[in-house]
Design a protein around this ligand. Sequence first.
Ligand code: 5RP
Length: 227
Amino acid sequence: MRHQDELKRSVGEAAVKFIEDGMTVGLGTGSTVRFMVDALGERVKSEHLSIVGVPTSERTREQANGLGIPTKGVDEVDHIDLTIDGADEINRAFQGIKGGGAAHLWEKIVAINSDKNMWIVDSSKMVDELGTFPLPLEVIPYGSQQLLKRLDAKGYHPKFRMNGDQYVTTDSNNYVIDLHLGEIKEPHALALELDQMTGIVEHGLFLDLVNTVIVGREDGPQTIQAR
Ligand SMILES: O=C(CO)[C@H](O)[C@H](O)COP(=O)(O)O
């Protein structure tokens, strides 16, 4: 296993220790979360844990169900105790960029409906300033070429996310535009601006949402209380 994958596995295994019998747990998306869901599947099997998972993507739902973890949609539960998700970048104020896996719309819906949010990352995701990682936008296909032009005019260096010559589509059948910003000096101001642009369903800035971050480091997982 690659070294970075070892770190991802270590934080995935550390995170499932926070899950208690009877909980409703939001299950994020991505390669780090994959390790967490594997470890959760082990616990469900060996400890007969009674939990319900709320997946943030079809990929995660399929993995969880394959491991015997029961799942429900976000509208089928009355609350979510804890959501465990990955992130693409986290700055010193614990603001994050998500959406590298094109799942940030469902991830944000699950996150804002959760009592607590935990992010699990390898140490490469911890940054001084957000923006080196391209900022994902989930956009409605109708009018998206015009939206791209408007974003370009603002100097945001937008690019459709492609898979060969096909547009990448989300679980809600939308497109993804990535903004190549280089740096994001004022995340809240940018979030507000993007929230107000017609055609953008959701952006990947996750601000003031996370409570706990587990960082995979050489000497073991480090758990940080963000707020
Ligand atoms: O936001 C996400 C998916 O939309 C992921 O959580 C994020 O991209 C991190 O993924 P990985 O653990 O594979 O690095």
